[in-house]
Design a protein around this ligand. Sequence first.
Ligand code: C2E
Ligand code: CA
Ligand code: CA
Ligand code: CA
Length: 280
Amino acid sequence: IKANREIRQAFYSDTIRQNILHVNEIESQMQLALKNGEFKMYIQPKTDTHHNHRIMGGEVLVRWQKSDGTIIPPNDFIPIFERNGFIVLLDRYMFASACKWLHDYFENHTHRIHLAVNVSRLDIFQEDFISYYVSIKEQYELCDDVIELEFTESLAIEDHALLSAKISELRTHGFLCSIDDFGAGYSSLNTLKELPIQVIKLDILFFRKGASIEKARIIVSHIIHLAKQLHIAVVAEGIEEPDQVYFLEKCGCDIIQGYVFAKPMPANDFKKLLLKDPVG
Ligand code: C2E
Ligand code: CA
Ligand code: CA
Ligand code: CA
């Protein structure tokens, strides 16, 4: 038994050591990576169920592309950046990249698409939060309602009053605001009541295969119905199967994002895809 425990402890401390090494490596490289443009903007298309699934915009998702070409997915570094505060810089960089991209796109195209970017919890506590986002939007001369800011539901629950005030203010500056991972937390209904949001994004777990698939569908159809009456648009993300698309269409879901249409892709590929779209 004793030998067993020692092996187990050795194993645990080894994985802990690995984790620390991983965190150290990421933290020692992040500043330079930002400066060198290693954080790339990927975009996942969103399609409009009311217009024959034409692309109406996309969500900006970061990928860390190392100089040797390897790509690190966000789940490997976003949690670390959320703990050390670097996420504020990264989110602002991604937001500015998205604004520049839209500015360049609108110079040559009339198709009014929009981009959604993720905003982490830490940023809304910064004194210059609103003024930074507004100044970049103005710098790139973007019109209203082409940038959507996604806040996660866990944030909405913890800092209700603050987030509510920030969203109202962002709204007056022409930002669309949405709640991401909606339905994953405990007080979703309160979120709908209290926050002046325009969009909810249903949590991806509603659409994962499992024993409770029928229950999930009943809940989803009722959330969509509820949101409609509150004049809040609904995005379903993580949609992989055509039969999920039919179901969501039938429920009146407005926007679909998922592998069934396309995975996140480099911003340039997204532009090419838009140009192929008949209305693009
Ligand atoms: P999220 O904001 O909930 O983004 C949706 C995630 O679902 C993305 O993962 C997307 O690639 C994935 N997804 C979309 N459709 C499907 C599908 O049909 N099937 C499956 N299995 N997955 C699908 P990704 O890009 O790995 O990002 C993971 C999370 O990292 C994001 O979750 C978000 O919380 C965070 N993240 C990504 N980029 C940023 C960023 O620039 N800033 C911040 N603060 N967070 C980011
Ligand atoms: Ca998101
Ligand atoms: Ca999320
Ligand atoms: Ca989500």
